[in-house]
Design a protein around this ligand. Sequence first.
Ligand code: A5P
Length: 236
Amino acid sequence: MSDDDLKQAVGETAADLVQSDMIVGLGTGTTSAWLVRALAERRLDIRCVATSTTTATLASELGLLLVDIDDVREIDLTIDGADEIGPDLTLIKGGGAALLREKLVWEASRRCVCIADASKVVTTLGAFPLPIEVVPFGHTTTVRRITGGLADCGILTAPRLRQKDGAVVITDSGNLIYDAHCGAILDPASVEAALKSITGVVEHGLFLGLTKEALIGTALGVEHLGPRDFKDLPNG
Ligand code: A5P
């Protein structure tokens, strides 16, 4: 099975977690797109909060009812992908540049389920470049401080301004993304604290303690796992 087949299987399984009357957070990325398609086919009476304009466009084209995050008191269930899944369900997200809205939606949710193919599972976070969203004003100054903050955490790297097709990537909230090639993030909580202390950093792609469960697509089927399972799951 290809990674895309696994993503489809996971997205379709995740759609079965949703019940009528729920307010559902819709993630961003290729795995979440499978979720959105499967959810639309179920034709449930639900309201959805999208984590990006890309997901909002897809969901609305498929007939899902979208609401603004500020129009709901709480989101019942958010289902979203990840770029890396590490020990105890620590995550790197933001490969699709949606990390800010994703984190806002996750934090407004009673339950968050991470969906991914097994290639995303790692023993140590950091091989995937850590996305850091910064405001455009003074971003070169901000990234110097980010570099220093990461060095204080023992990570020597020069974060790179994200570009796509020759153009600087601008997020849905009008910010820039710097990708930090950390190699290994041995103490994610320290990195989180360092980044959060820098003015100009809007958010970062470390999702720590935000989910207790994941659906992982493996060659043997879709597994529903909790934090402890991530010590034994084979990578890939
Ligand atoms: C979007 O910003 C990311 O957080 C995605 O959730 C992540 O990149 C996973 O994407 P795929 O499902 O496409 O692998």
